[in-house]
Write a protein that binds this ligand. Structure first.
Ligand SMILES: [Zn+2]
Length: 216
């Protein structure tokens, strides 16, 4: 019985002959595998500098290939990458600030681009501003998709109860806007529960007064 179990544990490894380039499959036992891993670890530790140089040289020689590989990886792992970058920014706040300052100085036209984007994507920009404020006030903050709230409230203003025209855009007074039912300044959260659709003019009129929920 033991013999069979041992066989199940065995695994294939691929050996490559360095001179001829031919590949050969070999069966190794778990102990052999362990020894291989340890040997590799030891080797890498002993030859740290050489390997670093080698790696550097490889990256330099295969810059385009590596770029392609990175691109492929990031397009496949978008969410992972975003999370990683977010974590890095949180853990290295000072470093990240310094870096963005340097980047900003490098590209003087960036401000222009940012303003143009803001003008074009007014809703998204307002959402981002709100989120920033919410984080500063340390209330609970969700990533909001405004359209979801507009559809949920069936395009009816939560303050005056009249319909909102989908096609009007800021700064038109009757255009759509996101309204905090309990205002951020009064420790209301930036969450789906605490947001409703309102006319821009109604929103501004009520500014930081408490409101009752109309919709839902
Ligand atoms: Zn209204």
């Amino acid at each position: 019985m033991n013999g069979i179990q041992d066989k199940v544990k065995l695994e294939f490894v691929q050996n490559v002959n360095q001179h001829t380039g031919t590949k050969r499959k070999r069966i190794i036992t778990p102990e052999q595998r362990q020894r291989r891993l340890e040997y590799g670890k030891c080797y890498r530790h002993k030859n740290k500098e050489i390997l670093r140089e080698k790696n550097k040289q490889y990256l330099e020689d295969n810059r385009d290939k590596e770029k392609e590989r990175h691109k492929l990886y990031s397009s496949k792992n978008k969410e992972k990458k975003r999370q990683y970058q977010y974590n890095w920014r949180v853990n290295n706040r000072d470093k990240s600030r310094r870096k963005s300052r340097v980047d900003y100085a490098k590209h003087p036209k960036r401000k222009e681009y940012a303003l143009a984007w803001k003008k074009k994507n007014r809703d998204k920009a307002t959402e981002a501003e709100n989120r920033r404020r919410a984080i500063k006030l340390s209330v609970i903050c969700e990533r909001i998709n405004p359209i979801f709230i507009f559809e949920r409230d069936q395009w009816i203003c939560g303050i005056c109860g009249k319909p909102v025209d989908k096609n009007l855009k800021r700064p038109h007074p009757m255009s759509k806007s996101l309204d905090h039912i309990v205002p951020l300044s009064k420790k209301g959260n930036h969450t789906y529960d605490n947001l409703q659709l309102a006319h821009l003019v109604c929103n501004i009129k009520m500014s930081n007064k408490d409101k009752k929920r109309r919709n839902l």
